[in-house]
Design a protein around this ligand. Structure first.
Ligand SMILES: [Zn+2]
Length: 230
């Protein structure tokens, strides 16, 4: 069993980061939860083609993300930071994340594990750090008191789940939505090259010593605030 009719907010750094947990997101949607994915950057620097401008890359990423979101049944919001700038602009990001949580008032928050070893992309670490902290502190009225002046009330989710973790303590069986995870990931043609996403996933799992059954599980580190189960 999993949660039903809850509001789930997911903070990620880049368009395509949702592929880490596409099976869980599709499952949450199937269970009549509302899933909002907030993407911090436009993914605008993710090219090695010197003929492309960051603006052109942004357009491609947004188009592909819209197709992927449609497959999963999720809603997407953009915070419009440039790729690779989240660490340098952490204070600005933090206010936006607190504001988003207070406006949306989700029951469950999902983000990157900020303590993942050897993830050298600082955007992943920074959004994980900021969003998990906001999941803990956004009900404190002394943080960003200007929000109260705007009529935005403090609020925080009941639970936070961290993905891309070295220390999983919770897993979601995604066998019934695995096909949607694959289909949505394959919409990101400019990033995954248009090949079989399942084969790419399996290759990575085998390199890490796993087997085919591992395709059908997505792992999290769950912070125990309450007893909701995604
Ligand atoms: Zn990323």
């Amino acid at each position: 069993m999993g949660v039903e009719e809850k509001k789930v907010i997911v903070f990620i750094a880049h368009p395509d980061d949702e592929t880490f947990i596409g099976g869980t997101l599709a499952r949450l949607v199937r269970q009549k939860n509302r899933v909002l994915v907030v993407i911090a950057t436009n993914g605008d620097k993710g090219t090695h083609d010197r003929a492309q401008t960051p603006e052109q890359v942004t357009t491609i990423r947004r188009t592909e993300m819209a197709l992927a979101a449609h497959v999963l049944g999720i809603t997407v919001n953009w915070l419009n930071f440039s790729d690779g700038t989240l660490f340098a602009r952490e204070a600005e990001l933090k206010e936006k994340v607190f504001r988003k949580i207070r406006l949306e008032r989700p029951d469950i928050l999902i983000t990157f594990d900020p303590f993942k070893k050897y993830d050298v992309h600082s955007d992943h670490i920074t959004i994980g750090c900021v969003a998990s902290e906001a999941g803990y502190l956004a009900d404190g009225f002394c943080y960003y008191p200007e929000h109260l002046e705007e009529g935005i009330e403090p609020s925080k989710p009941q639970e936070t789940y961290l993905f891309n973790t070295d220390d999983p303590n919770y897993s979601v069986n995604i066998r019934e939505t695995f096909h949607l995870k694959v289909q949505s990931a394959e919409q990101h043609v400019s990033q995954f090259g248009g090949g079989s996403f399942k084969e790419q996933l399996l290759h990575r799992i085998r390199l890490e010593g796993g087997n085919e059954q591992d395709l059908y599980l997505e792992s999290f580190h769950k912070l125990y605030y309450s007893e909701l189960l995604i």
